[in-house]
Design a protein around this ligand. Sequence first.
Ligand code: FAD
Length: 386
Amino acid sequence: MDLRWSTDEEQFRTEVRAWLGEQLAAWRARHPEGIRSGDTAEGFEQHLDWERTLFEDRWAVVSWPEAYGGRDASLWQWLIFEEEYYAAGGPQRVTQNGIFLLAPSIFEFGTQEQQDHILPRMAAGQDLWCQGWSEPNAGSDLAGLKSRATKVDGGWRLNGQKTWTTRGAFCTHLFGLFRTEPDSERHKGLSYLLVPLDLDGITVRGFARLDGDEGFAEVFFEDAFVPDELAYGTPVLGGEGTGWSVAMATTSSERGLTLRSPGRFMAAADRLVELWKERGRPARLRDRVIEAWMKAEAYRVQTLQTVTNTVEGRPAGAETSLVKIWWSELDVELHEVALDLLGTDAELEGPWSKGWQFALSGPIYAGTNEVQRNIAAERVLGLPRR
Ligand SMILES: Cc1cc2nc3c(=O)[nH]c(=O)nc-3n(C[C@H](O)[C@H](O)[C@H](O)COP(=O)(O)OP(=O)(O)OC[C@H]3O[C@@H](n4cnc5c(N)ncnc54)[C@H](O)[C@@H]3O)c2cc1C
């Protein structure tokens, strides 16, 4: 096992670091009013400005082909990019649900037309994608979803409601799961549709999260007509009736490698150590700081194995559920220790308290941790359902 980076990789790191140092400062200077959360209307625009800066210099999607705005970087380089990005204090990626969730499935299942049209526009922040899966009565039990798409002359009629659509209020397109075979049940007869949100019959209603940011949305479909021929050809990704298997590929990205890379948590763990020093190195919290830091490092090392497996053609399956449990619980722990270090100062709004509020949702989104434990028990460990 050789854990050293090659000279090329170290050069790549130097280039990333220099670019981020310069451009992050310039972006902040362009917004003297202060950067708001990307889950607010004003903050979303500020973050889009950042996304377009990334894109202009081909840092928005480093591992994608150059033709789609990337650099053809290896997965290893992508990991380095992520480490540097978060260490430099890079902001949340408001395009993440397109770039990190939908795009891997477009690469895997999309037609050439879908890839050629959707991917470069997504990378450039021209089209903004949100995930329309959950419904008022279908969250963990996603296969119980009721939204339907009915085949009609020249297209599909959509009816139903989606909810908890992250940044849906600010997005232009939705990737959703719909029942396309009326008498089908559960995982069968679903299709994965790529839907422009400006069609007649679609209403997007934004609403606030518990932390006050207004980025969530409910999306209503009332006889909305989606034509068979869109700018990217068919709206169906991966073929009619195959929605469940395409969706499961998307969840692997959401739970596994791409949505939450270790760089994010290593940067938080390093900041936690700094905070511990700033707060007078309290001995009573030393072990918890060390433990949280070690868990972030464990995730980093484990990811090296995941990337090795992927590069060698052994993509992750159900074990992404274990990864998801790990990063989401780690995020809560890092922030809880930070709040204990801050004591009553934690009650003032600041990055740690804001981060903690969001960390609490980690065990819920991308499939709740209770459900991930069920999946790990049955499909990784082979335990009986009861
Ligand atoms: C911050 C955030 C962002 C989100 N963004 C999106 C988005 O962009 N698009 C989207 O489609 N959805 C999104 N969601 C929704 C998310 O996917 C759902 O909240 C999640 O799947 C849980 O569904 P639910 O809320 O309906 O809870 P329920 O499914 O009703 O679950 C309630 C509780 O019961 C437990 N439970 C349910 N079934 C089982 C079981 N079989 N065994 C053990 N325990 C069980 C759950 O673990 C949970 O604790 C987001 C959620 C959050 C918090």
